[in-house]
Design a protein around this ligand. Sequence first.
Ligand code: FES
Length: 141
Amino acid sequence: MLVRPHWMRDPYRRPASGASALGRARRAVYLPRMGQYLQHVFVCSIGKSCSKAGGDDVFREMKRDVRDAGLAGSVRVNKAGCMNQCGHGPMVVVYPQDVWYAAVDEEGGRRIVDRHLAHGEVVDDLRYIAPPGDNKIDDAE
Ligand code: FES
C-alpha cells in the first residue's frame, strides 16, 4: 500500500470529526501555497483520446467558469497532454490536492469549478480512483 507523507494527502478526503463543507473549504485556504496559484488544474485536451471525447470543450468551459467565479487570480486552468489514462477521459487533475476526475463533460467541469475550486468539496461522482501509474484502456486511441 502506498503511504504518502502528510503534505501529499488529500485534505478533503481526510475524515475530520464534524467537519462541514465550510470547515473543509477553510482548511483548503490554509494549505501551503503551491507556486503562483492556490490551485492548478490540468485538463487533458491535447491527448488523442481525451480530445476526441471533448477535452477541449471541458477546458474552455472550466477556464470561463473560473474567470466568471472571480477565481482567476488564485486558480490556473491549463491544457495538458496525455496523462496515460486514455479511455477514461476527458481527465481533469487538481493540484495541490492531487484529485483526479474522469469522464468530465462540460457540465462536470462546471461542477468541479463550483464545488471543488470555489468551495473545497470534491465532486465524488466524477472522482477517478485507479491504481497508481498508467491505466490506459488498450483500444482508447
Ligand atoms: S489522452 Fe487523455 S489521458 Fe491519454
